[in-house]
Design a protein around this ligand. Sequence first.
Ligand code: GRF
Length: 198
Amino acid sequence: MSHQRVAILISGGGSNMASLIDSMSGDHPARACLVLSNNPQAGGLQKASERGVPTVAIDHREFGRDRAAFDAEMLKTLLDAQPDILCLAGFMRVLTEDFVNHWQGRMLNIHPSLLPKYKGLNTHARAIEAGDAEHGCTVHEVTFALDDGPILGQARVDVRAGDTPEALAARVLKQEHKLYPAVLRRFCMGNKDPVLLP
Ligand code: GRF
């Protein structure tokens, strides 16, 4: 049986990427075929290489404000790797409609909030600021609208008294590392029923 091919896009440390790669083993129907970063200094590139996954860095700064040119370069690189599924994992670029158009329906992202709450940045501080009792993370299909799209999974954590954004983020990240692999495995099987943890 040939495996489904998964490309993972990162910008930073790649802890979600590492969890995804490590989950694609044994009877898992997919394997990582490429890790692509817009940041040549991304720590995740080293983690990918240590796991034997090919890596490419395309420095978005070389494209200035031309988002379309950067996305076109990413698309070219990805078409060479022939992925079946794209996983955005700590990928901090807003994608052009052309790029989303190409991959829509087979492109996932993880966002550190219980969407539709707190789209965008600084989600943990905003949840604390709002006095929420619960927070968490969401895996969703990527569509044209930022941090939108069909929800494929969510994991919840309690917000504790005195929580700092960093402490809360650390607890959410642990859940991300469980949620994203569970969602990817289900997605590979063609099952889009949301994974809800715990
Ligand atoms: C995580 O909080 C994730 O939710 C967000 O990027 C952060 C860093 O992720 N998308 P990683 O360690 O680079 O996977």
